[in-house]
Each structure stands twice: as structure tokens, then as C-alpha cells.
Write a protein that binds this ligand. Structure first.
Ligand code: IMP
Length: 191
């Protein structure tokens, strides 16, 4: 059995990933190790931000750990909002962030976008990265009330509904996060 810290305080995320990686790995949250710090997220890529989380935990606690960073990249906006997804409009208010995306895109016919997640893992003095992405289109107005973030304006390719119109189980089968976590889990299981 190996203890691994997941750089999150989201109990739901932790439980979900614990179930996928199996009982050989015991996952601990930031809370579990008494870390209440504001871990810096100042990178300009998802990789940098995810690695900042694990670097911080390694240097402060010397623990094996992993951390993730995700966001939405819109092709016609030079891959914005990207690492600024959570505060694109300058606030964490998702209504304003979505309004800004729709306003910037206007009636641009190029609606291509993708959600991406990068996971940084530090294990046995080695650094690993796992990535997941899902391609889709940004619709002209919000549809659906489930999910979070930009879900109401993102339709994955091959579907005719937004992430916010899908049941959680359906989104979680195909999402960027599910793909990245699946790769992490496969790696850990064969480790
Ligand atoms: P985090 O790194 O997972 O905290 O994601 C950063 C931001 O990206 C979130 O605050 C959301 O705005 C956006 N985001 C990431 N994943 C999703 C998703 O699955 N649906 C909608 N928005 C997301």
C-alpha cells in the first residue's frame, strides 16, 4: 500500500479517483495532511500549474503526490480562456465568464473548442504527466442546468447536447478529467 496526496480539497473528486485507482493506493487530501495554504497557480500552461501543485507539496512535505489543472481552450480565441478559465472575466462568477466567451466569439462561425486536464504525478523521485482532452463546439447560448463551469455552452463532438444537459455519469464517461484520471489509474495499477 502506498500513500499519495491528491492536491485537492474536493472530497467528491478524491472519492471518485480513489475508487478508480483501487486499494493499493491510499489517497489523502490537502486537509488530511494539514495543508491549508494557498498553493500558487501562476503558470501559463496547465502543465505548469499542475506541476506547481506537486512541486509545492514535495518541497514542503516531501510526499508523493499528484495534482491537476483543467480549463477550456477555444480555437478562435487563441485558446483562451485556457489557464484563466476560472476567472476569465476577472471574477469567479461563471455567468460573467460565459457571457464574456459568448461576447468575444460573437457570430464567428469557428466554434471549435476543447476541455483539457493535465495531471502531474511525483512518485519515487520521478515526474510524470497525464493528459485528457475532449473536442467540441461552443453553442450560441446556454443550454442545460447540470454540471458546472462552461458546461452549458459546450457540446462535445458526436453529441447533440451540452455537458450541462448530460447526466453526471454520461459526462464522467467521456470528459477530459475522466480521460486523464483513467491514464493515471492505469499507470498506478501497473506500477
Ligand atoms: P480546475 O483546474 O479543474 O479547477 O478547472 C478550472 C476551471 O476550468 C473551472 O473553474 C471551470 O471554469 C473550467 N472547467 C474545468 N473543467 C470543466 C468542466 O468539466 N466543465 C466546465 N468547466 C470546466
Amino acid at each position: 500500500m502506498l500513500e499519495l496526496v491528491f492536491a485537492t480539497n474536493n472530497a467528491h473528486k478524491l472519492e471518485e479517483v480513489q475508487a478508480i485507482v483501487g486499494s493499493r493506493f491510499v489517497l489523502q487530501s490537502l486537509d488530511d495532511i494539514g495543508c491549508h495554504d494557498d498553493i500558487p497557480e501562476t503558470g501559463v500552461t496547465f502543465e505548469e500549474n499542475a506541476k506547481q501543485k506537486t512541486d509545492y507539496l514535495v518541497s514542503k512535505y516531501g510526499l508523493y503526490c499528484f495534482g491537476d489543472d483543467s480549463g477550456l481552450e477555444i480555437t478562435a480565441l487563441d485558446n483562451e480562456p485556457g489557464v484563466y478559465s476560472a476567472r476569465y472575466s476577472g471574477s469567479r462568477d461563471m455567468e460573467r465568464n460565459i457571457d464574456l466567451v459568448l461576447e468575444k466569439l460573437g457570430d464567428n462561425p469557428n466554434r471549435a473548442a476543447r476541455f483539457r486536464t493535465v495531471i502531474s504525478l511525483f512518485l519515487n523521485e520521478q515526474q510524470f504527466f497525464f493528459e485528457g482532452s475532449i473536442e467540441g463546439q461552443i453553442v450560441g447560448s446556454r443550454k442545460g442546468t447540470k454540471g458546472f463551469g462552461y458546461d452549458p455552452i459546450f457540446v462535445p463532438n458526436g453529441y447533440d447536447k451540452t455537458f450541462a444537459e448530460m447526466a453526471a455519469e454520461e459526462k464522467n464517461r467521456i470528459s477530459h478529467r475522466a480521460i486523464a484520471v483513467g491514464k493515471l489509474a492505469d499507470f498506478l495499477k501497473s506500477y
